[in-house]
Design a protein around this ligand. Sequence first.
Ligand code: SF4
Length: 382
Amino acid sequence: MFRPRTINRLSSLPRGRRDLRPAISAMTPPSCRVNTLPCRRLHLAPPFLLEDYTPRYMTLSSVEAAKKRSSAYAHLRNCNLCPRLCGVNRYETTGMCLIGDKAKVNVIAPHFGEEPCIQGHHGSGSVFFSMCNLRCVFCQNHDISHQRNGMDLTPEELGDWFIKLQDVGNVHNINLITPEHVVPQVALAILHARDNGLTLPIVYNTSAYDSLASLELMDGLVDIYLPDFKVWEPATSRRLLKADDYAATARESIKHMHAQVGDLCFTGDGIAKKGLLVRHLVMPGYEAEGARIMRFLAAKVSKDCFVNIMEQYHPDAHVGKPKRRTKQSDAELSTGEGEQEKRYDEINRSVSQQEISAVRRAAEEAGLWRFCDPPKHDGFSL
Ligand code: SF4
């Protein structure tokens, strides 16, 4: 099993220099300290610093790889892979995600819209899958996730694209965007690519609506889990995501992701190589749910969890569109008495600075400290 190599700080000290212990201890994050000295506020320090890194799929034995392949094919024949539990044979028909045995891919390209530690200087090798197993009414990517546009790829063709991204794009990683409904195809593609020379870490960029079965299939194949934990209350997820069980599923998924890969770790060039990075898109009027999510991460996942509190929400997809017309509303409009109502009007605006600050404050009060903040200087920062 791969273990990150970290510097053994105390045992490497000469006897005469044991007076350095308090200073070194103060450089260590809370989860690694044995006393209560203040922690170091640096991401690029032990134990989050790796000397080098080998992707997890490269350490799988041929027997483990064969088991993953047969499990992937079995899931495709009876798909209960995501929490929708459709139970369909995807070689013959489709379930709620409307995708069969071939993954449908909208865009494959180096991408520069991710966190600096994911995109680096050369970009993240992004694969945008068409469709999704959620139906977020505000989807910020709805032209891809709500529409079946793109090219159908076999797992082998998809794996060949990973190699092209590596060899031609010179990207830092393979970034699988919204892969929850194509996990078997993705697992087969990674195994095909590894047999043909892929050496880049795999990023699993998800809405966190994953089943434990799919995370088990991805265990040993994924290096960085990048879940977006969206809302906390079942009533909110029912209305806005069309999934009652979203938050309960996301909580279990994120705990399992962390159990597989641990906290986010970097190599010395500032590029993330393994671990968990949780996103939360602050929603207008839902900052209290964002605060609950932060408290959950600190209490149940890790206080060293790397978090990106995102501010870029904008009304999209169904939000702000006119409500369906009825005979009564038509009559009111024709007499000038009524006003055309908007769908999901409560989130038909940007988020305020106060709402963003409330989530950030809750995160800090809960003990989280590793945030994806913009650099404090003018230059590019990893
Ligand atoms: S991946 Fe698609 S077919 Fe399978 S359970 Fe989920 S929605 Fe249904």
